[in-house]
Every structure is written in C-alpha cells, then in structure tokens.
Ligand binder design. Structure first.
Ligand code: ADP
Ligand code: MG
Length: 334
C-alpha cells in the first residue's frame, strides 16, 4: 500500500515538474505567430488555435479580396451583414476610437495606403493629398447596428491596430475552455498569456529597446496581454526623415508625438492593442492623462530621448533588462 502510494506521489511530482510542452507556429495577419501550451490538452488546443487564427485572418484581412472587411470596404455605401467576430471587434474598436478621442481611428486606411505601407512601395504624399486624406478619416461615420455595417462610399475599415489583440484574447478564452491552464501566445508584437508558467511563476515578457536590440525591461504577467506599438517596427527613410506605420488621424501622416514605443498590459488583448496604437499617437503627457482618467490597464512609455515611464501598477512587476540596469524609470501615479 505504502509503496504504491509513494510511487503515485513520485509520478505526480514528476508530472507536476514537467508538464508536456506543445509548440506550434503559424503565419497570419502579416506576421509569424508562435504558440506554446503546457499540459495534456495542449496539442489539441493548439490545433484549434491555428485553425481559428486562419479563420479570423480570413474575416479581417484588408487586402484579401475574399475577406469580410474587403466586402465592407467595397460595398459602395450599401449595408453589409457581419459575422459575430467582425461585429464584436468593430463594436469594441469604435468604442476605443471614441474613448481615445480619435487617436485610434479604424478608418485611417487610405492614409496608410497613400504612404505605401500596404504594398512596401513607400512614398511621401504631398501636403494637399494629406489634408484631403485627413478630411476623410472619421470613424463616427461608421454606422453599426447589431450585425450590420454601413460605410460612406470611399471610406475603408482597417483592423490593423486591433486584430492581433482581439485574436489573442479570443484564443486565450477558447484555450481555457479547452482545458489549457498554462500557455503563451506570441502574435507579432502582441503577447497573450494564459495562467502562469508551469510551476506557478509569472510569464516574463521583454520590452524591446526601440533604439537597439536589447530588452529595456522584463515584465511579469499572469493571464494578461502585453502589446507594444513602436515606430521602429515598420518604417522607411526618405530625405533624412523616418516615417512609420502609425498614423496621426488628424494629419494622415506618421504620428510624431515624441514617443518611440508604447507597451500596454491588461486583461483585454483588444484593449491593449487599440490603446498601444492610440497612446503612441497621443504622446507622453496625454497618454499619462488617459491612464489617470481610465485606468484598468498599465503602460510602459519610451520617448525619443530615452526617457522611460511605467504606470503605478507595474512598479512591482518589472526588472530592467541586461545592459539597462542603470536606466531611470519614472512612475506615473494616479
Ligand atoms: P502593429 O500592427 O505593427 O503591431 P499597431 O497595433 O500599432 O502595430 O497597428 C498599426 C497598424 O494599424 C498600421 O499598420 C495600420 O494598418 C493601422 N493604423 C495606423 N495608424 C492607426 C491609427 N491611428 N488608428 C487605427 N489604425 C491605425
Ligand atoms: Mg495596436
């Protein structure tokens, strides 16, 4: 009896120390996605995750002519019925556009295209062109009624700033329902965690130095998302200037707020993704003001002088990265 008990205990400890690790990789939403899940349900859950990602990409792609967003963008003012995912993401996005005073604007696509970010055929549009584009960007003209949307002819939706966050959030929820208790999903610059690491330690997520290769700091996360938007992620140089893929909807030009990267940590991947883009546009002071007013998430701000700030909720959840130990971190308090 005693021997069997000890044997069982041994097996339990062994499996407790080394839960099965499952990995998968998939290309979607213009980026490489890497999923790792631990435990007996991991493999099946990751197969579901890959299929689900492809399904969402097929709905949200702005360039693929068979996607739902493409159909919306080419409906010439006619209403279009939406799938549940698209309707839900659209409703949440419009809410974030409104909360951020239009710093996030999911109708900025014509500007993104005019600068060449959709094709890689980069160019600097003329001042006249930019003011015409800026006048067209206006998320308040998107009419969403339950599962139907109508856009003014010529307006185009783009979920580029929110799709990966939403996808991570949905995957986390569905993987939990499939019995996964420990997983980490990397979707380009978006990270979504499920539970903690096997053994119970928090996941550790590096915040990249926008000016170099290292990690400025490492954040501890449990069951949350961390999303970074940075000018260094996609850009081109022309005439000694750098132009990146995050637009200020007010000018239809790359947002020059003085920030070089914004990382948002929170429970909702969609919110983290939308706010990482919006707070990058808003700049240091307004981003801090937005956090004080709304809270419910945390942020890391980095500006072009190398200043670093975190919001108070991260104070006990970060360590400076190797090589960055002597950097000062300001704390934004309520
Ligand atoms: P990434 O996609 O590189 O992770 P973001 O989440 O910041 O970065 O999203 C940037 C993308 O969102 C751009 O490629 C573009 O398609 C779109 N976009 C750019 N500026 C805005 C904006 N102000 N509001 C909404 N979408 C934007
Ligand atoms: Mg974003």
């Amino acid at each position: 009896m005693k021997r069997i008990f000890l044997l069982l205990l041994g097996l339990l400890l062994l499996s407790g120390c080394q839960p099965q690790k499952h990995d998968s990789q998939t290309f979607a939403m213009d980026t490489i996605m890497q999923f790792t899940a631990y435990g007996p349900k991991g493999q099946q859950a990751l197969a579901h995750a890959s299929a689900r990602v492809q399904e969402l990409d097929q709905l949200f792609s702005v360039t693929r002519s068979t996607s739902e967003i493409y159909a919306v963008n080419h409906a010439q003012g006619e209403p279009v019925a939406l799938s549940e995912d698209t309707a839900r993401l659209l409703a949440q996005s419009l809410e974030l556009c409104s909360q951020t005073g239009g710093a996030l604007d999911i109708t900025a696509y014509p500007a993104v295209r005019a600068w060449g970010f959709t094709t890689g055929d980069y160019q600097v549009p003329s001042a006249d062109e930019l003011s015409a584009l800026a006048a067209q960007i206006d998320y308040t003209q998107v009419e969403l009624t339950e599962n139907q949307v109508r856009l003014p002819d010529g307006m185009e939706l783009d979920f580029g700033a929110v799709a990966k966050g939403y996808t991570g959030e949905v995957l986390a929820q569905e993987l939990r329902e499939l019995g996964v208790e420990s997983a980490i999903l990397t979707l380009g610059g978006n990270v979504q965690t499920i539970g903690s690491r096997p053994g119970g330690d928090p996941w550790r997520i590096g915040v990249q130095d926008p000016e170099g290769d290292g990690y400025l700091m490492v954040l501890s996360l449990v069951d949350q998302a961390a999303v970074t938007s940075g000018g260094y992620q996609r850009f081109f140089d022309a005439d000694g200037e750098r132009y990146w893929h995050i637009m200020d909807p007010a000018s239809a030009a790359p947002a020059r707020s003085g920030l070089t990267s914004v990382t948002i940590v929170g429970d909702s991947g969609t919110q983290c993704d939308g706010l990482s883009t919006a707070l990058f546009v808003l700049g240091w002071e307004d981003a801090a003001g937005f956090w004080r007013e709304h809270q419910g998430f945390d942020a890391v701000l980095v500006d072009e002088d190398g200043r670093i700030a975190i919001t108070a909720g991260l104070e006990d959840r970060y360590v400076l990265g190797p090589g960055y130990e002597d950097r000062t971190v300001e704390v934004i308090r309520p």
